[in-house]
Design a protein around this ligand. Structure first.
Ligand code: PRT
Ligand code: ZN
Length: 285
């Protein structure tokens, strides 16, 4: 039987979360990331553990069918692969930063300056579009120290909390793009493999649909049900079940994490009782 080959990062920021995602999809992996290659025990999938930089190339050539990596790496490597799904972790931004005491005057600041980065392709495209002429110093890492030692006037790098910049006496002056982990695919996959991929995507989406949401059950006197329905629109609409206690109903619905406490406070205020909140593991749409 055909197996879908997926490449994930061997060791780094995305490794654990990528394994977790597969686990959430019910895919059991035997040997962890110590080997280069392993097989799923209960799903037609083979897992390759690679450096993230190499994943676009492996997927383009079809050595792996699909891969998980940061969007930033996909843009930089610019291989002929297709991004099929954003995965919601590994979030970061690609930013320009300069020494904190420099006065920033806007993007023209960078005209005829030297900028150090590990993302030369993305950066040169960015400045070309802006019509700014810069000299790019391409480095494999530790880009943030280059202004201090006189190698560059500014840097272009990945930022998440911003503390690395601060620690190195830099300030972020432009956020050029946002990135997160994505799933990429080879453009020429067999029908059998595409079918396995569909199955995987269905599981990933069901897991993601449940993220950031809670299941809510509560009891309420019938006369306030219209108000509750307004507060809890749910997936389609809430379920309402009569209670043995005459004139009362039980309401079941889904609520988002974002406005969770406001909605709960409002439900209590209008007279809902026995409110139960339950985490959602998967949500099949
Ligand atoms: O060995 P391999 O080549 O596989 O790994 P790598 O060292 O190239 O990548 P890794 O594991 O560092 O990152 C993998 C992916 O995680 C990146 O391609 C991004 O998509 C994503 N990601 C998310 C990050 C960060 N957040 C991040 N903060 N990648 C790197 N950083 C670094 C950044 O380069 C800088 O040095 O963290 C520092 C900044 O962090 P803050 O929090 O101080 O701002
Ligand atoms: Zn890398």
């Amino acid at each position: 039987m055909e197996k879908l080959k997926i490449a994930i990062q061997k060791s780094g920021r995305l490794s654990e979360k990528s394994i977790d995602l597969l686990t959430e999809c019910g895919i059991k992996i035997s040997n962890g990331s110590r080997k280069l290659k392993t097989e799923a025990r209960n799903f037609p999938m083979e897992i390759l553990f690679l450096r993230d930089d190499d994943i676009p190339q492996y997927v383009e050539k079809g050595v792996a069918d699909i891969g998980i990596l940061g969007e930033n790496e996909v843009w930089e490597k610019d291989k002929d692969v297709e991004v099929i799904e954003k995965l919601g972790y590994g979030n970061c931004r690609l930013s320009l930063a300069i020494p904190k005491d420099e006065k920033y005057t806007g993007i023209e600041y960078f005209n005829n300056k030297r900028v150090a980065t590990s993302y030369p392709k993305i950066l040169s495209k960015y400045f070309t579009e802006k019509g700014i002429n810069v000299e790019i110093e391409q480095l494999g890492g530790s880009v943030e120290i280059t202004t201090g030692i006189g190698l560059a006037d500014g840097i272009f790098d990945i930022v998440s909390t911003g503390s690395t910049l601060v620690m190195n006496g830099l300030k972020e002056v432009e956020v050029t793009m946002k990135s997160e982990a994505v799933l990429i695919k080879n453009k020429d996959m067999s029908q059998a493999k595409l079918e396995i991929l569909e199955q995987l995507l269905f599981r990933i989406r069901s897991h993601q649909n449940g993220q950031g949401k809670k299941y809510v059950l509560l009891n309420a006197p019938n006369e306030i049900i219209p108000q509750i329905v307004n507060l809890l629109p749910g997936m389609r609409s809430p379920s309402i079940l009569p209670l043995v206690n005459e004139g009362w109903s039980s309401v079941h619905s889904v609520i988002g994490d974002d406005d969770f406490w406001e909605v709960i406070d409002e439900l209590k205020r209008i007279g809902a009782e026995g409110i139960l909140v339950i985490p959602i593991e998967k949500m099949i749409m």
